[in-house]
Design a protein around this ligand. Structure first.
Ligand code: CU
Ligand code: CU
Length: 492
């Protein structure tokens, strides 16, 4: 089984072999046959390949045939993918002279570096279109943030179903959203009249790396939604786009159904488990309040998926621990696809941390490395956050309030209202060694006085001349680990 790799992780010799195979395919005329096939597919009145459900299936078949042709030249070669959510800059190694070559030169926009420069005499475009008539490879690499982002891709991966009526570009569904993101990348590379635009876009060899990533995202979507139809429509959609319709121009047994399972076609992605290994995918269950689950991103681009039940509405904290910089996306309730929120670095040491109110239901987490080419270990946990306790009001000159320091390091907060300026006494009673702090007026942070033992026994007492306003009283145990009952009163 061939493994398609992230192009950013290829060795120099892997790059050289891929380039050599592509140039050989060009030299023997087969490459241009692929360009012509794509041009026909885009110009067909049925538009079988774009803006409709078979977009992903058509390009999967197309790429696989291209890859098999490359492998007949060099069996070690697979089509790498370009993760443009990570490699977003025109100076990325993707565009170096040892691989795809760089940007077009000012003026002509012709690529003058790398193996596909016109000057090499080995990359003359023979199948062109009015959108891109130049026989030389042309690029105008775009602005750094003109490419779709990781969070846009994550959001698209959350969408179900695969596709839905009216089965067009703007249909609700995963395919339409992903195709829309894909559409942005072509002009980012090509610019005006660039080779990556229009029906002859495979003239730019980066076309295949771009579409390999799109293909990988479809495979990833299938892993995320194992209970969903991997392809739609089954029947009743546009001709050529139903599950068992032959796809033009191959016809016969080349149907959407025949390419649903990419592994059955003989390849996988470096983000997927290798055959025979414990699957990386699958959903790992987490328990609220349990110790962290220790795990790792074992492969570049791996996405780990978790599920946890929220038994009751409340504030919850989800966080990762350890040395690995991960991104976390939270989905739910009762849906692995409805994005709640995402986080990168809110935790300690670049860990991810989400604290949010959740209603009851099942929630899902997707964890990936911030650097898609990196791996590393991490722990993950979900905990219920203690709701911020309500601030109890002490009635001035009223009966004492019963308080309880139930746990180590607990601090109880109270408020009282000084209606008029005067001398006020704040005091605890009972057998617990309390420690009092008084804040105000109208501030929980402006400290006025503290006291430990001015009252009878170990009780605390503060006597203060206070202006009218709201005051706050904090009660601690004198011992950090101490607990106990007390009563608290305020008198003027
Ligand atoms: Cu296409
Ligand atoms: Cu495309």
């Amino acid at each position: 089984m061939g493994v398609r790799k992230n192009q950013a992780t290829l060795t120099a010799s892997e790059k050289a072999r891929y380039i050599a195979a592509v140039r050989q395919l060009k030299a023997n005329g087969d490459y241009d046959r692929y360009v012509a096939q794509h041009r026909e597919a885009m110009q067909s009145p049925m538009m079988p390949a774009h803006m409709m459900p078979a977009f992903l299936t058509w390009h999967r078949e197309y790429l696989r045939r291209f890859e098999i042709d490359l492998q007949s030249i060099d069996p070690s070669v697979t089509v790498p993918y370009w993760d443009w959510t990570a490699d977003r800059l025109p100076n990325a190694s993707l565009w170096a002279p040892d691989f795809m070559g760089g940007d077009g030169e000012p003026g002509s926009r012709r690529v003058i570096t790398g193996p596909f420069a016109f000057s090499t005499d080995q990359w003359t475009l023979t199948v062109t279109s009015p959108d891109a008539p130049d026989p030389a490879l042309r690029r105008t690499l775009g602005q750094p943030f003109g490419l779709p982002t990781a969070s846009q891709v994550n959001a698209a991966l959350g969408i179900v179903p695969y596709d839905s009526p009216p089965w067009m570009r703007s249909s609700p569904g995963f395919r339409s959203r992903l195709e829309g993101l894909h559409n942005v990348v072509h002009p980012w590379v090509g610019g005006p009249n660039g080779s990556m635009g229009g029906p002859t876009s495979p003239n730019d060899p980066v076309f295949f790396l771009h579409h390999a990533f799109i293909d990988r995202l479809w495979a990833q979507w299938q892993t995320l939604h194992p209970d969903r139809a991997f392809y739609l429509p089954t029947v009743g959609g546009p001709q050529g786009h139903n599950l068992n319709d032959p796809m033009s121009p191959w016809g016969g047994s080349a149907t959407p159904a025949s390419v649903i399972n990419h592994r059955a076609l003989g390849y996988s992605y470096d983000t997927e488990p290798v055959d025979g290994e414990e699957p990386v995918g699958g959903i790992v269950d987490l328990t609220v309040g349990a110790p962290p689950v220790q795990t790792s991103i074992g492969r570049a681009g791996e996405v780990d998926i978790y599920r946890f039940p929220v038994p009751a509405a409340g504030n919850y904290r989800i966080e990762t621990q350890g040395p690995t910089d991960v991104l976390m996306s939270l989905f739910g309730p009762n849906s692995p696809t409805a994005l709640v929120t995402e986080d990168d670095d809110s935790g300690q040491d670049r860990n991810a941390r989400i604290v949010t109110r959740l209603t009851a239901g099942a929630y899902f987490l997707r964890i990936r490395h911030y650097q898609p080419s990196s791996t590393g270990s991490y722990g993950i946990l979900v905990a219920r956050e203690a709701a911020a306790p309500p601030i109890r009001e002490i009635p001035v000159n009223g009966p004492a309030i019963q308080g309880n320091i139930e746990a180590a390091n607990e601090s109880d907060l109270y408020t009282f209202s000084a209606g008029v300026t005067g001398i006020y006494t704040i005091a605890t009673q009972g057998n617990t060694d309390t420690f009092l702090s008084l804040f105000g007026p109208n501030s929980q942070n402006r400290l006025i006085l503290q006291d430990d033992d001015s009252g009878p026994g170990f009780n605390s007492r503060i006597v203060a001349d206070l202006a009218a306003g709201a005051y706050f009283v904090r009660v601690l145990h004198y011992e950090a680990r101490g607990t106990g009952l007390y009563r608290l009163s305020v008198r003027r």
